[in-house]
Design a protein. Sequence first.
Lengths: 237, 214
Amino acid sequence: MKPIPETAQAIEEFGPFAIENENLLAELLDKAHRVQDLVPQCVGLSVASSRDAVTFTLVATAQEIALLDAIRYVAGGPCLEAVETEQILAYERADRFDEQKWQLFAQATAAASVASTLTLPIFEGERLFGSVNLYASTPTAFNGHHQAIAHIFDAWAAGAVTNADLSFTSRSIAERAPDLLRAEIDLTVASSMIAHQDNVSIDAARRQLDEAARRAGVTEAQLAQTIVELERLEDSE
Amino acid sequence: MHPVTDAPVRVVVADDSELVVRGLQAMLSPYAHAVILVSPTRAGAPAPMRDLTLYDPASVRRTTASPRSDRLRAAGRMVAYSWDCSQALVTTELARGAAGFVGKRVPAERLVGALMRAHAGQVAVDLDGPEQDRRRARNDGWPLTKRETSVIALIAQGLTNAEIVEHTQLSINSIKSYIRGAYRRIDARTRPQAVFWALSTGSAPTLTSRARAP
């Protein structure tokens, strides 16, 4: 597996993070390889850190996916069977709580190769620290492995949820990580500047920023970025 | 006991009054084996050889257009020397690259010790008068090393790690190492927390200069 470009960029530009020990990328890759040793069909994982407010995603390489597809082709499978029998895999709304049919529905729109997912919460003491979402190319890949996978991530096996993200939305969230991290820094800097300038609390400054952004018809992040850039320009003169 | 050096540390006092300069000469004369005060430059004369420059931040702001003026940049390692020992000023000057900060109430022996530590490459901070606990004459009061302070100050200006690398010419791994060290010392877990700490304590020069503008 390897990180998606945005995860690599986020780690490089804005690390270190609360969720890491010494080297986040190395730690994520190590965990990913240990998961793949247990579940060879694992094609991706996302770790969401509540404290850092960011999601990191690793995905199988093209070669790994090709290999899995080849194995699946040789062994047969629902998609191959559907093609051979010209069967339409349909989802009925009344059955939305049927887990098997959830899988079929999601397959119509899922990211390539995802047939099952496993979500585990990560706690630090009694506080939710984050979560890990794992994605596999076969429907039963994670069966019997919840405890072992939870151990790899120091997660809570009893809190496992299956097939909650068959459309791999965590990847979409991870793709926004660099922008979100930049925006959060700009917001903190801009709010602190306003707080000092107007002698108000950070919370009050943040509300001022939000109000000003709404009046101007821009986002809070855009306004904060502009304030920080203006400050940099002034300082460089 | 002061660290032993081969030759006395040569110190120039920048932009301060005759009262301060003559006072310093009197204070430091018993320690001439360790520290000597070099006469400041007369107009038109070449700059004297010096190891450190002692400067008052308030005098610098009155006489220079920018704290980062060419004249000060040419002064080598700088140690701030001030009556104002507020945390905001201390952090600001250290973030701007000062090798140390010494309060003007500090007795002669401790001033000499601080100058020698600064000359040896340590961050020398000694703020208190003789009536305070002597243990605070070490750097215990300031949580960060000089490099950590600089890196956190750059983070507080919104720079990414790559931009900090460009600014400092350090490696990305070194930058992250300094950030981790700083986070541990200031009890920050995230970048926004470090940014907020730096801005609250005045470690970001731009914010401080704006806040202090008349």
